[in-house]
Design a protein around this ligand. Structure first.
Ligand code: HEC
Ligand code: HEC
Ligand code: HEC
Ligand code: HEC
Ligand code: HEC
Ligand code: HEC
Ligand code: HEC
Ligand code: HEC
Ligand code: HEC
Ligand code: HEC
Length: 327
């Protein structure tokens, strides 16, 4: 009984520890109700010392020890890495006891039938995420995870993060190049990035997280800000306005004309000029009205910069005579 309370106490401490990433202070006993296949508090022994774990898990522990978790957990469990493992894998006393017994029986090959361990291999996404969220629920970037699109789709933290070893410079990402984490599933975005006009993702100066929070957001499309335009303004402030003469589609949504992921029409336009403008401006007053495809005539107006030869201030104008965005 005593050791159970000790374990609860230890787990309680661990959960209080990561003040920066939040404090969902859930002892395993409570957590376990939500987890399938997890060992229960009754399985706790007191596997504090890591030397016994090292007996069988040396390669894992060596790789794990290069991660941020190992550093933080080592600091909070000096000399007791064994119990640190329990924060993610559940009470391990019984596992340890069983495995040591197995090893006695057949010293050269311990049967690979673990049991009494919370394993990330076959557990459902919701259970795995619950384990991570006990400490990260209220971290700023993760705050909106619950009910987000990726959560609802049953995607687990360990699709994007590899926790058992360091594969990337930052954030324990599954790949050294953060974009590749997303390309596992969003292949179309990789091919868009290769188009002639693109923001500098290919060059490594931006990444998907410059605009998206894969953990969830307040606005549409898992964006970092609550709207598309607010997201763009974080870097393109000069487009924010307000302008004396506003162009309605610009105020409404930058994505009316631009595809942020890449395009073959410079600069990131969804359509070639003049067709881009003509999606909305078919019946325009113009001398001679030479602009519809039907009446090809003003080639200089159709080719090259087309409409923006004259209407150069498409994002809005502050000129007193800029009502038609010519200046
Ligand atoms: C005598 C050998 C032995 C000892 C000691 C031992 N384990 Fe294990 N452990 C195993 C074997 C065998 C497996 C099954 C491995 C597999 O499925 O590939 C296992 C599986 C695990 C798993 C589950 C891996 C997964 O995701 O499926 C964890 C976690 C684990 N051990 C942690 C520990 C910890 C922590 C300690 C020390 C407290 C420990 N083990 C001590 C032999 C041992
Ligand atoms: C922060 C959570 C966390 C902690 C702490 C943790 N693990 Fe793991 N462990 C995982 C995850 C997640 C996986 C699944 C593989 C992955 O995503 O990297 C895993 C996988 C494993 C495996 C299976 C490895 C394989 O190749 O299949 C073993 C064994 C293991 N852990 C042992 C340990 C031991 C021993 C400790 C303590 C030194 C420990 N873990 C601490 C999260 C953790
Ligand atoms: C016992 C609490 C605890 C658990 C459980 C836990 N973490 Fe952490 N995690 C931490 C702490 C503490 C840090 C360090 C925070 C810091 O540096 O500010 C951290 C850091 C991280 C980081 C950032 C690492 C870096 O190098 O920047 C990621 C990503 C992360 N955890 C993901 C996970 C995932 C995925 C899981 C589930 C497999 C998980 N964590 C489980 C406590 C925990
Ligand atoms: C779809 C991919 C994806 C999933 C799923 C995912 N993450 Fe992340 N996570 C990232 C990326 C990319 C970063 C780095 C940049 C950022 O914050 O967006 C990150 C960063 C983090 C950080 C570090 C934040 C910081 O400010 O240092 C933590 C902690 C974290 N994730 C925890 C989690 C947890 C817990 C889960 C599961 C509930 C999870 N992540 C699920 C992609 C993902
Ligand atoms: C410059 C900001 C920006 C960057 C960088 C960015 N996105 Fe987007 N993303 C957006 C905006 C804005 C939308 C909404 C577009 C719309 O409504 O037409 C969006 C929509 C999406 C969508 C849903 C709609 C669709 O087109 O399928 C996915 C999936 C997506 N982005 C994935 C990614 C991935 C993966 C990356 C990294 C390769 C990435 N994004 C980089 C701004 C960005
Ligand atoms: C395990 C697969 C997987 C990974 C990895 C993944 N996603 Fe997704 N994501 C999906 C699925 C499935 C959808 C829903 C269908 C769609 O929109 O493509 C989705 C949707 C999205 C959307 C659209 C949201 C909306 O409201 O329309 C965005 C944005 C997005 N993901 C960004 C990212 C980013 C950024 C990363 C990398 C950090 C990433 N995803 C990694 C599977 C994944
Ligand atoms: C994280 C910062 C950042 C965000 C957010 C951002 N951009 Fe950019 N954008 C850039 C950078 C950097 C460039 C390259 C500037 C250069 O090459 O001079 C760029 C270039 C562009 C270009 C010109 C591309 C070309 O081929 O010349 C367009 C158009 C553009 N962004 C539109 C958008 C839109 C629309 C949004 C919102 C969906 C957005 N940007 C959000 C950083 C950002
Ligand atoms: C009505 C269509 C339209 C909308 C909506 C639109 N743009 Fe543009 N954008 C253009 C055109 C056309 C160009 C090319 C202008 C040129 O070459 O002079 C351009 C060029 C750009 C450029 C690169 C050249 C420059 O002026 O810096 C950036 C960055 C840009 N837009 C950002 C944005 C942002 C941010 C928004 C949303 C606030 C937005 N655009 C909304 C049509 C649009
Ligand atoms: C998504 C639809 C849409 C697109 C695309 C679009 N516009 Fe507009 N534009 C509008 C709307 C709506 C107004 C406001 C009309 C009004 O006030 O009657 C407007 C107003 C204008 C005006 C001022 C008209 C006036 O009567 O004051 C000019 C000039 C103009 N747009 C030029 C362009 C050019 C050039 C392009 C292409 C780069 C373009 N527009 C693309 C919807 C669009
Ligand atoms: C050679 C210069 C030039 C080119 C090229 C040009 N425009 Fe114009 N546009 C004008 C002038 C001049 C006006 C009238 C301005 C005024 O009344 O003050 C005008 C007016 C407009 C108006 C306002 C119409 C109204 O009823 O008041 C719209 C909308 C417009 N242009 C859209 C376009 C589109 C779309 C294109 C490309 C297909 C285009 N323009 C190409 C010079 C041009």
């Amino acid at each position: 009984m005593g050791s159970r309370f000790l374990l609860l106490w230890v787990l309680g401490l661990i959960c209080l520890l990561p003040s920066k990433s939040g404090a969902g202070s859930l002892p395993w006993g409570e957590l376990q109700a939500d987890l399938r296949g997890a060992p229960s508090i009754a399985d706790s022994g007191n596997p504090e010392d890591e030397t016994e774990c090292l007996l069988c898990h040396k390669p894992y522990i060596e790789k794990f020890s290069t991660t941020r978790h190992a550093q933080v957990l080592a600091a909070s469990h000096p000399g007791k890495l064994g119990s640190a493992c329990e924060t993610c894998h559940g009470p391990l006393g019984r596992h340890l006891k069983n495995m040591l017994a197995e090893k006695k029986k057949s010293p050269n090959s311990v049967q690979s039938k673990p049991g009494f361990v919370f394993s990330f291999k076959n557990s459902p996404a919701a259970s795995k995420n619950r384990v991570c969220l006990q400490c990260h629920e209220s971290a700023e970037r993760v705050l909106l995870w619950r009910g987000s699109l990726h959560d609802n789709l049953g995607i687990s933290c360990d699709k994007c993060h590899v926790v058992s070893q360091r594969r990337s410079r930052q954030h324990l990402l599954a790949s050294r190049d953060p974009k590749k984490v997303c390309f596992q599933c969003h292949r179309d975005k990789r091919s868009k990035m290769m188009r002639t006009s693109h923001m500098p993702l290919r060059e490594g100066k931006m990444t998907c997280s410059s605009c998206h929070n894969p953990h969830g957001g307040n606005g549409p499309n898992l964006l970092n800000e609550s709207s598309i335009n607010l997201t763009c303004f974080t870097c393109h402030q000069e487009k924010r306005g307000p302008f004396v003469w506003e162009h309605m589609p610009v105020r409404e949504n930058c994505a009316n004309c631009h595809d942020p992921h890449g395009s073959n029409f410079r600069p990131l336009l969804k359509q070639k000029l003049p067709f881009l403008c003509q999606q909305c401006h078919m019946q325009v007053f113009h001398p001679g009205d030479l602009y519809d495809g039907r009446k090809l005539g003003g080639t200089s107006r159709l080719g090259g910069k087309s409409c923006i030869n004259c209407h150069s201030q498409v994002h809005g104008s502050n000129h007193p005579a800029g009502a038609k965005f010519q200046r």
